[in-house]
Design a protein around this ligand. Structure first.
Ligand code: FDA
Ligand code: NAD
Length: 426
């Protein structure tokens, strides 16, 4: 059995939703486009899962955060897909792909063929087992990548109010979940191997600013070590977390956020890989001309840095998806993707934005004992990255523009003195 489509999007996450909207804007006939997703629901804004979804009061629930609400676009409900003649093949895992023959095989045994394929398979959460620790299957050990994970976490938190939560990992998931756990009145301890949180992005000074606030909310930090094992009760629930430095932490809930791996396995040996993802050119086209890759799984040329990068953030997923559709539908007209990397997070009442690259020397500004802080990164005499906490729209636009323009900076002390004024003057 089988079906044939002109366009198939493999993966039904953030990138898929934004690609679908762009297809309808540029013109796609009913029956031409299909989205295949392992998830049982239409594409949604994944960032909600670690924020509004975990709130104890008035939590965010579907359908309110289907794509593309995250960019103030239309909310694409299942009805929307139907009205536009877009086939949503949900709850369906693709188990093999044949790029040359242009076919995908689903776990249900259906062959779906395409003229053009957009790979939007995103990434999977790394498991503790990959670091030699067993226990991921315990009922109170939670990961957070999809809606099923989020529902499980909500249930576990609900049954353990006032208990001890141990958060493994000091990255995005760790920081956002720790804040949500505090809001749910849990006693939170964060454990991570680096000397400070958000080590991939933050300077020690920026990390310190947030860590101080977390501490004021009762969060404890155990840094420079990793977990070595769990203790379990007779029901298989984790009761404590044992760390490599010998510390034992009592645990009613464990949340694990130790990074991701892009879902490339279907295409290994068929498409060129790079930076752990599927390599594309500036049109998001892979080493096979009929196949495009977008979002977390794509490694694409970032013009601004003159090198290939793989980004794991929602803005990149949205814009790379839109760009791929434009490239497919109008290959002559489509420009090379000219993307300014943009990351953001919201925890407690904080809200920060980052643009560009955190390479070179960092120059901080703002009031580190107050509510507005910022930083610039300067590499090879040019501004390459900007960070701002608590900015207005105009201020965020200003740091984005400044980063895009890459102005020459020869006096770091002057840049520090000017602070936000530097960006506002560009
Ligand atoms: P995404 O992971 O969204 O979708 C991939 C889809 O492919 C899934 O539906 C999956 O089931 C499906 N799939 C994979 N393999 C398949 C197969 N073989 N067959 C069928 N389907 C398959 N970013 C940010 O900038 N700001 C933020 O605040 C946050 N917050 C945040 C919170 C949480 C909890 C997570 C997990 C992530 C974020 N992110 C974020 C990151 C952001 O969500 C991420 O970059 C995008 O979701 C990437 O979009 P993609 O469409 O590439 O993958
Ligand atoms: P991450 O890469 O941000 O952080 C991984 C963290 O794991 C590291 O900071 C490190 O502290 C820790 N770690 C690594 N090995 C460990 C070990 N053996 N033991 C303990 N800790 C260990 O990844 P994440 O936080 O898991 O986030 C998953 C994905 O979701 C990422 O792609 C991220 O970009 C995305 N996400 C983004 C946002 C956002 O942009 N605001 C929010 C949530 C999730």
């Amino acid at each position: 059995m089988g079906r044939a489509f002109v366009y198939v999007i493999l993966g039904g996450g953030v990138a898929a939703g934004y690609a679908a909207l762009e297809f309808t804007r540029k013109g796609v006939a009913p029956g031409e486009l299909c989205i295949i997703s392992e998830e049982p629901v239409a594409p949604y804004e994944r960032p909600a899962l670690s924020k509004g979804y975990l709130l104890p009061e008035a939590p965010t629930r579907l359908p309110s955060f289907h794509t593309c609400v995250g960019a103030n676009e239309e909310r694409l409900s299942p009805k929307w897909y139907k009205e536009h003649g877009i086939e949503l093949v949900l709850g369906t895992r693709v188990i093999s792909a044949d790029v040359r023959r242009k076919t995908l095989l689903t776990a249900a045994g259906e062959t779906i063929s395409f003229k053009f394929l957009i790979i939007a398979t995103g990434a999977r959460a790394l498991k503790l087992e990959e670091f030699g620790v067993t226990g991921s299957d315990a009922p109170n050990v939670c990961y957070l990548r999809n809606l099923a994970d989020a529902n499980r976490l909500v249930d576990v938190i609900g049954s353990q109010t006032g208990g001890n939560a141990v958060v493994i990992g000091g990255g995005y998931i760790g920081m956002e979940c720790a804040a949500s756990l505090v809001i749910n009145k849990m006693n939170v301890t964060m454990v991570f191997p680096e000397p400070h949180c958000m080590a991939r992005l933050f300077s020690p000074k920026i990390a310190g600013y947030y860590e101080e606030y977390y501490k004021s909310k009762g969060v404890q930090f155990v840094k420079g070590t990793v977990l070595s094992s769990f203790d379990f009760d007779s029901d298989g629930q984790v009761t404590s977390v044992n760390l490599r430095d010998g510390t034992q932490l009592p645990a009613d809930v464990v949340v694990v956020g130790i990074g991701i791996r892009p879902n490339t396995s279907l295409f290994e040996g068929q498409l060129t890989l790079d930076k752990g993802g599927i390599k594309t050119n500036g049109k998001m086209q892979t080493s096979n001309a009929s196949v495009y890759a977008v979002g977390d799984v794509a490694a694409f040329p970032v013009k601004l840095f003159g090198e290939t990068r793989r980004l794991e953030h929602v803005d990149s997923a949205r814009k790379s998806a839109i760009h791929a559709v434009a490239s497919i539908l109008d290959p002559q007209k489509a420009d090379e993707f000219d993307y300014l990397p943009f990351f953001y997070s919201r925890v407690f009442a904080f809200s920060w934005q980052f643009y560009g690259d955190n390479a070179g020397e960092v120059v901080h500004f703002g009031d580190f004992s107050g509510s507005r802080i910022g930083a610039y990164w300067v590499s090879k005499g040019h501004l390459v990255g900007s960070f701002l906490e608590g900015g207005t729209k105009e201020e965020y636009d200003a740091i984005a523009l400044a980063t895009k323009v890459k102005p020459a900076v020869d006096d770091l002390a002057k840049l520090e003195e000017l602070g936000l004024e530097f960006a506002l003057a560009i």
